[in-house]
Design a protein around this ligand. Structure first.
Ligand SMILES: [Zn+2]
Length: 356
């Protein structure tokens, strides 16, 4: 669709595009329904799910080994990230150590899981409520309960995921060619939404109940910053995302200038250059503001900025000369191809430097 098209042509194009997309999705689902052998997944759900659903489930099942569960109440459990000593599971999200050098704050988290009288498991991370597939924390708790029964937990079943991941439902439900009794069954299923994955066994009384962990302020749960250096009031910090609603964590009233305090603390933050933050990323907003200011003020500001930058370049050259005198034996000329530090003697020329 293009801006020059008239309304009729645009509408027709949109219809054609959506029909094409619908047929493409239908084809994928038909394939999932007719080819239900998934050699890459051995979970009990694999024969019944769509490829997308099963790939999500396989990842969750694999990652559940990274978590350790403990019982803190008759029907309550806590799950912590413990990692993988043998490196069997690829750790790719903020639970691992990969992003510890990131400037954004990362927090240690303990997930709380409650099991209701029907055996339905609810996790504080709300993964099931948001995407319809159980989380690694629920899987870790099931593993833990099965271990105490000397059983192996094979995984949750097709009854423990949202209906939209069921290949048969997606292919057959509400189709004219589907027999009425089957349509009625699918309709019944879609009206009775799955609340969460269900625990199929009883929780043994012999599993020791430990003390629940205390709720720590956010600054003490920081992974990549020293919490003791954060000056912002912890009570307010924890309530930051609940400015529009009553806090569930404490009854502390949030002052009006709280957002200002938070913004200032972010402005005051000095990122450690050892943490792989390159100069372009660290200074981009500052340089952009300087450009805007220069444009705003006019020629005088542009001259001033040029002078300051020239001074900076002279300073850099001096610095480089000091470094170079330490490496007198190295006569080679380097041409930098990456973000790595430049060590050569030849002056690097930036095209933009000579542009008006
Ligand atoms: Zn969870």
């Amino acid at each position: 669709m293009q801006a020059t098209m008239n309304m009729d042509t645009s509408a027709k194009t949109l219809n054609t595009q959506s029909s094409l997309k619908a047929s493409e999705v239908e084809e994928i689902i038909y394939y999932d329904f007719t080819h239900n052998e998934k050699l890459w997944s051995s979970s009990p759900t694999s024969r019944y799910t769509t490829t997308l659903g099963e790939s999500l489930i396989a990842t969750v099942n694999k990652r559940s080994k990274l978590y350790s569960a403990r019982r803190v109440g008759s029907y309550d459990f806590e799950v912590d990230f413990v990692g993988d000593e043998n490196n069997e599971v690829e750790i790719y999200d903020h639970d691992g150590d990969d992003l510890l050098a990131a400037p954004l704050p990362l927090f240690r988290r303990t997930h709380k899981i409650h099991i209701d009288s029907d055996g339905v498991m609810y996790c504080g991370c709300c993964a099931f409520e948001s995407c319809g597939i159980f989380c690694e924390h629920q899987k870790a708790v099931s593993d833990f309960i099965y271990q105490h029964l000397n059983l192996t937990f094979d995984g949750f079943t097709k009854h423990d995921i949202a209906l939209r991941y069921n290949a048969a439902y997606m292919h057959l439900a509400y189709k004219q060619t589907t027999p009425n009794y089957l349509n009625a069954m699918f309709h019944h299923l879609s009206k009775n939404k799955v609340k969460g994955p269900r625990l199929q066994v009883k929780i043994l009384d012999s599993i020791a109940i430990e003390e629940p962990s205390t709720i720590l302020p956010a600054s003490l749960r920081l992974k990549n910053y020293d919490g003791s250096k954060i000056t912002i009031d912890n009570e307010y910090f924890d309530n930051m995302h609940t400015l529009t609603q009553e806090s569930t964590m404490s009854n502390v009233a949030v002052p009006d200038d709280f957002e200002v305090i938070f913004s200032q603390s972010i402005d005051d933050t000095e990122f450690n250059f050892q943490q792989n933050v390159d100069a372009r990323s660290a200074l981009k907003s500052m340089v952009d503001v300087a450009y805007a200011d220069a444009d705003d003020i006019g020629e005088e500001a542009v001259k001033k900025m040029k002078f300051i930058l020239s001074e900076f370049r002279s300073w850099c050259n001096e610095k480089r000369n000091v470094c170079r005198s330490k490496e007198e034996n190295d006569d080679r000329v380097y041409v930098p191809m990456s973000k790595g530090g430049y060590k050569g003697k030849a002056k690097r020329v930036y095209n933009t430097y000579h542009m008006p």
